[in-house]
Write a protein that binds this ligand. Structure first.
Ligand code: GMT
Length: 373
């Protein structure tokens, strides 16, 4: 098949999944065309059957904001025509499902360009709900030829929020490449913490929903009970607040902010615990990646997280904002090497249920179905 993929290219779960999906599809013999304003961050170097098409917006003094969505629709249409695409798979509804619908309309006289929309999270639970986007998000979802959601929770939220008349939302969970995300084969890991320290890790785009200051507060509690280091990976609007909290709690010597790094798996492999105390999380890809590397998770008990992290088995879940409970669970687990080893083994086994080998064929089947329609 010849598949167009549009996603946000920046550091974030939806772009990561879209890119890994494209790469896996190309390895399986499909031709994949990424269309976005920048090359997706996980697209490194040349890959057979993969191309990137950059969307460029023309500026004009009249525009306060150049209309990216229009340029994207034009590029999707252009690539669909030139590369003879069978379908356009867009990740994150806003504005991608809308621009794909526009491209489809422009293709109408030529052939029917199928549009598959994958909902990832805040396109439904936060941004899509906003009155300034609601009706067009609902319309674009309903007009898509197929709609998928990354968790049962997100599927239910989509129906609850938008109703989506005549629209079936299929759950296809996120996945990981076990070739990239796996425990250290020889037990050797990169030394991010002094010997004898427990290493706690958080990875995110530091948006308010991630509650990064809670990460710091949980760590402060753990630090009182044992020698420990916290490593924070990623960057975003809440980084300053997190740094200020680190300073306020006098934790500077034991907390490292690494910023955006590419080899997240190498960092995860050396960790003892992953923290994800988010406000909302439709899936929690970062938690899955941690589990695949053998790291138990302490996270909020909401959204799609319980569909990934099995409470008491592969990690501990607590109510959002309950820093005390998360700290208590983290300390108890880190102090009990046997319980930690058991949880680590279960985390690895659970993550394998979300391997690319299992999940990518579900997308291929969906594409075949939509092309048969
Ligand atoms: O919805 C978002 O906030 C954006 C998106 C991203 O690009 O990071 O995150 C969502 O999609 C990920 C991949 O499907 C999920 O793992 C995240 O849970 C989800 N984020 C939220 O729901 C907050």
């Amino acid at each position: 098949m010849r598949i167009g993929i549009t996603c946000y290219p920046t550091y974030g779960g939806s772009g990561a999944v879209a890119t890994e999906l494209g790469l896996e599809l190309a390895r399986r013999g499909h031709e994949v065309h990424f269309i976005s304003y920048a090359s997706p961050f996980r697209l490194r170097g040349f890959e057979e059957r993969v191309s990137f098409h950059e969307v460029v917006t023309a500026d004009y003094p009249l525009f306060e904001h150049a209309p990216y969505a229009l340029s994207l629709a034009v590029k999707q249409h252009e690539v669909a025509l030139r590369e003879n695409l069978d379908l356009m798979h867009v990740h994150y509804a806003i504005p991608h499902a809308t621009t794909a619908w526009l491209a489809k309309q422009m293709m109408d006289q030529v052939r029917d360009l199928k549009v598959v929309t994958t909902l990832h999270g805040t396109d439904i639970t936060l941004v899509g709900k906003d009155p300034s986007y609601f009706t067009i998000t609902k319309f674009s979802i309903e007009q898509s030829d197929r709609v998928t959601a990354v968790s049962q929770y997100l599927r239910d939220e989509t129906y609850r929020t938008f109703g989506c008349v005549g629209c079936e939302v299929t759950v296809i969970p996120n996945f990981i490449s076990t070739a990239d995300y796996h425990p250290a084969p020889d037990g050797k890991t990169c030394a991010l913490a002094p010997a004898g320290h427990k290493l706690l890790v958080h990875v995110s785009n530091f948006r308010p929903v991630k509650r990064v200051t809670d990460v710091v507060r949980i760590f402060a509690g753990v630090r009182q009970a044992m020698a420990a280091t916290l490593v924070l990976v990623g960057d975003g609007p809440e980084r300053d607040a997190a740094e200020a909290e680190v300073d306020r709690l006098g934790l500077k010597r034991n907390v490292r902010f690494l910023g955006k790094v590419e080899n997240v798996a190498d960092i995860l492999r050396g960790a003892h615990l992953f923290l994800l105390p988010s406000n909302t999380e439709s899936f929690g890809l970062a938690a899955l990646e941690a589990m695949a590397c053998g790291v138990p998770v302490v996270a909020s008990n909401l959204g799609g997280i319980p569909e990934v992290v099995v409470n008491g088995e592969t990690g501990h879940l607590a109510p959002v904002g309950d820093v005390a409970q998360m700290t208590e669970r983290a300390v108890a687990l880190l102090k009990d090497p046997d319980a930690h080893a058991r949880m680590r083994a279960r985390a690895i086994a659970r993550a394998r249920e979300f391997s690319a080998e299992r999940v990518v064929p579900l997308y291929e089947q969906l594409y075949q179905d939509v092309l048969r329609d």
